[in-house]
Write a protein that binds this ligand. Structure first.
Ligand SMILES: [Zn+2]
Length: 111
């Protein structure tokens, strides 16, 4: 299994789940309340389930040969949408590099 693909897919799920939970990607995990963490876990499960329902039978289905997400992309709310308006508040989405990983988030909805 190609680790790059897995990392990429992990990034997608992380960005999407954090957006749906309203958690800023830079927030330290130990500074997130238990209630919001519980929400985050159920969001991750939901995002994964959506990805599976979107027709992916393997991780490769979610990533094209150009490294960008495949047909699952149309379901994405933040990933790959930097500078585009947030689906909830229309604030332009921002791109944030944490370590080696890029995360897209809404500066208004995610605290
Ligand atoms: Zn927003």
């Amino acid at each position: 299994m190609n680790a790059q693909i897995v990392v990429g897919v992990g990034n997608i799920y992380a960005a999407e789940s954090l957006f749906m939970s309203g958690i800023h990607p830079n927030r330290a995990a130990n500074r997130v309340s238990l209630k919001r963490l519980t929400e985050l876990v159920s969001m991750i499960k939901m995002v994964l389930q959506k990805a599976i329902l979107a027709g992916g039978s393997s991780l490769k289905d979610f990533t094209g040969s150009d490294g960008k997400p495949g047909y699952f992309q149309q379901e994405l709310l933040v990933y790959g949408r930097q500078n585009l308006p947030c689906v909830q508040c229309e604030t332009p989405l921002k791109n944030l590099i944490i370590g080696q990983r890029a995360s897209v988030y809404c500066p208004h909805c995610q605290k």
